[in-house]
Design a protein around this ligand. Structure first.
Ligand code: NAP
Length: 286
């Protein structure tokens, strides 16, 4: 991958604490290179609590925008001059465009998941969705699904957290618990199941204790895991054995990045070309 720098090259980056593990520079520079855009995407550590200083510095330094990961997504909300409706509802910003000294905040996580789901199922609306987890990712994905006219049941270990999430869209979201019995009962009436917990993620050592709820899914129900390392979790393996269409979190990761680059550049990008470039760079980096 080669990014050509000129004196007018526009700067982008990802901020976080920690952030050096981020795949965003690799993915974004691969897409920038594939489309011949005059941008470069860097990795910028910003300590927790210092987002205000970073925003001023980024504006003075002429950054066109940046992505944000933990722990800045929530804090950024209060600093934005304008917020897209999903970022506002979610209370989290992962993409900031800087124009004429003003900050425009977006959340591309939920829309990124919806694009990936649409690739898997043909459409991403009018479904009964079982969402496992009520953390940051579940919030972004759940609210985007509800916003697209899906009915979402949020199952979480701490029910107070699923209740708080569902209060943000009570007409289309219903809280529930996480016991094997409850998951089995709810799985019987769902079209899409989405794992937004870290259960099964590489390096966590945590796994679902019981995957028998998958056996209760109606035929053809889609199973999605936001995890992409490993590429196939035990949940996805079992879902595929049972004949369900299944996808990991790579589609969401790529689509949220494509959407972010579209916001930064103000142009729509050819999705397959963007995905191919990013996947090639990720593969070469392994
Ligand atoms: P988070 O804010 O920490 O939330 C984690 C959620 O999982 C919480 O609801 C938590 O329940 C639940 N949970 C954790 N351990 C559990 C266990 N042992 N049993 C049952 N529930 C458990 O994390 P997050 O940022 O939402 O991330 C969640 C997952 O999504 C991670 O695997 C992350 O890598 C993935 N992700 C993927 C993408 C992508 O682009 N593909 C983007 C973002 C995140 P409690 O509330 O009860 O603690």
């Amino acid at each position: 991958m080669k990014v050509t720098l000129t004196n007018t090259t526009k700067k982008l980056c990802v901020i976080g604490d920690p952030v050096l593990h981020s795949k965003s520079p690799l993915i974004q520079n691969a897409m920038i290179s594939a489309f011949g855009l005059d941008y470069i995407y860097l990795c910028q550590p910003v300590p927790k609590g210092r987002v205000g200083e970073w925003l001023k510095a980024a504006s003075v330094a002429g950054y066109a925008g940046f992505n944000a990961t933990m722990p800045h997504k929530e804090e950024l909300v209060g600093w934005m001059d304008s917020l897209d409706p999903l970022a506002e509802k979610c209370g989290a910003v992962n993409t900031v465009c800087i124009k004429n000294g003003e900050y425009y905040g977006f959340n591309t996580d939920g829309p990124g998941f919806l694009r990936a789901l649409t690739e898997l199922t043909g459409e991403g609306w009018g479904k009964r969705v079982l969402l496992l987890g009520a953390g940051g990712a579940a919030k972004a994905v759940g609210l985007a699904l509800a916003n697209s006219n899906n009915l979402v049941t949020v199952c979480n270990r701490s029910v107070t957290k699923s209740e708080a999430l569902c209060d943000l869209d009570p007409d289309r979201m219903t809280p529930a618990g996480f016991s094997p019995g409850e998951l089995k009962r709810l799985a019987e009436e769902c079209d899409v199941l989405v794992n937004c917990t870290p259960l099964g993620m590489e390096g966590t050592g945590s796994e679902f204790e019981d995957l028998r709820f998958l056996e209760a899914l109606p035929a053809g129900a889609a199973v999605c895991d936001l995890i992409y390392a490993p590429a196939e979790t035990a949940l996805l393996r079992r879902a595929k054995e049972l004949g369900h269409p299944a996808m990991n979190g790579m589609g969401m990761l790529l689509h949220q990045a494509i959407l972010a680059l579209e916001h930064f550049t103000g142009r729509s990008l050819e999705v397959e070309k963007a995905k191919d470039a990013a996947l090639k760079a990720l593969g070469e980096n392994e």
